[in-house]
Write a protein that binds this ligand. Structure first.
Ligand SMILES: [Ca+2]
Ligand SMILES: [Ca+2]
Ligand SMILES: [Ca+2]
Length: 301
C-alpha cells in the first residue's frame, strides 16, 4: 500500500510542535533538500549522485518527482495520472523500477514497472493478473541483472527475485519466491556485494531487520528491539545498514554494522524520521517532519 501518513504520524506532528525547539545539536548537520512540506517517501539517488528521485503526495495523489542534489529543478518525472511511486535507479543509471497503480486505479492493486531513467517507455515488469496483489518495493542487484521486491500473490507479503531473461528483452522476468513464512517479509534491499538481502519481517513478533542469504536461503536476525525496525538500506561500502526504528519513542534513523552490532540513533529528533537511503558518496538521506512539513534531508558523512 502507499505509505500514507497515519494517525501516529499526526500525533507526532502535535508532539513536534511542542518539543521541536529542543532539536539535538546533530540537526545542525541536517540539511534540507526539499522545502514544500508535502508528505514524501522513498528518496533514491542516481548512481552518479546528480539526481534525486522521490515520491510526493499532493492533492491529486502520489507521483514520482526528481530534483537536483540542492533541491532545484524539482519536477514530475512521468506524465501519468494514475498513482506511481517508490522508484529506484538501475545500477547503470539508465532505467528505473517503480510501483504503479495502473490496472485498477485507486484500489491499491500495485504492479512493478520499468521505464527509462527519464520516465519514458514505461512497461510492466511484475504483474499478478486477475486478482488484487501488491507488487512493491523494488531493489536492484548491483550487477543490474535481478531485482528483489515483494508481492502478496501467495496470500501474504513475501520476497521475490526477478531475473531479466536477456539484455535485449527486459520484460517477462519470471518471479522466484524467496521467503515462505506467514509473517510479513517486506522492504528488501540488495547488499552491495550482491550476496544477501536485508529486509524487515515480523516473524519473531514485531518488525525486525533480517538478512536473507541468496546462496543458502538462510534468514539471519539482525535487530532485537521492542517495536518497529523497518526500511533497511545498505551503505555504499556494504559495511553498515541504515534503518528506521521507534525503539527510543519516535521514528528515528539508525545505523548499525552489517552484522547487526553497534546500532546508533543518527537523527535524535523529536519528530518522525523515515525512509533512509544513502547517496553514492555516503551521505544519509531521509524524510523528516520538521516545522510542520515532511521534507527530504541529508546528513553529510
Ligand atoms: Ca511472508
Ligand atoms: Ca523490533
Ligand atoms: Ca525522530
Amino acid at each position: 500500500m502507499p505509505h500514507l501518513p497515519t494517525t501516529s504520524c499526526i500525533l507526532f506532528l502535535a508532539l513536534t510542535t511542542i518539543v521541536g525547539a529542543q532539536d539535538d545539536l546533530l540537526t545542525k548537520n541536517k540539511k534540507p533538500i526539499t522545502a514544500d512540506g508535502d508528505f514524501k517517501q522513498r528518496p533514491a539517488w542516481s548512481p552518479d549522485g546528480k539526481q534525486l528521485l522521490f515520491s510526493r503526495h499532493d492533492e491529486q495523489g502520489i507521483f514520482l518527482y526528481h530534483c537536483s542534489p540542492d533541491g532545484n529543478n524539482d519536477q514530475r518525472l512521468i506524465d501519468e495520472t494514475t498513482f506511481h511511486f517508490n522508484a529506484v535507479f538501475s545500477p547503470d543509471g539508465k532505467r528505473i523500477a517503480y510501483e504503479h497503480d495502473k490496472l485498477s486505479p485507486g484500489q491499491g492493486d500495485m504492479e512493478l514497472y520499468l521505464a527509462d531513467a527519464d520516465g519514458k517507455n514505461p512497461q510492466p515488469l511484475f504483474v499478478t493478473e486477475g486478482r488484487l496483489s501488491h507488487e512493491e518495493w523494488p531493489s536492484w542487484s548491483p550487477d543490474g541483472k535481478t531485482i528483489v521486491c515483494t508481492s502478496t500473490r501467495d496470500a501474504n507479503t513475501e520476497l521475490y527475485l526477478l531475473s531479466f531473461p536477456s539484455s535485449d528483452d527486459d520484460t517477462g522476468a519470471e518471479p522466484k519466491r524467496l521467503t515462505s513464512d506467514p509473517a510479513i517479509d517486506d522492504h528488501p534491499c540488495f547488499s552491495p556485494d550482491g550476496q544477501s538481502i536485508a529486509f524487515a519481517t515480523n516473524r519473531w513478533g514485531d518488525l525486525e531487520i533480517a538478512l536473507y542469504d541468496l546462496a543458502t536461503g538462510t534468514v539471519t536476525r539482525l535487530t532485537t528491539s521492542p517495536g518497529l525496525d523497518d526500511y533497511p538500506a545498505w551503505s555504499p561500502d556494504g559495511k553498515q545498514i541504515a534503518f528506521t526504528s521507534n525503539r527510543d519513542g519516535n521514528l528515528e534513523i539508525y545505523v548499525m554494522n552489517a552484522d547487526g552490532s553497534g546500532a546508533k540513533n543518527i537523527t535524535q529528533h523529536a519528530g518522525p524520521d523515515n525512509f533512509p537511503t544513502w547517496s553514492p558518496d555516503g551521505a544519509l538521506t531521509f524524510v523528516s517532519l520538521q516545522n510542520g512539513g515532511w521534507d527530504i534531508y541529508r546528513i553529510a558523512k
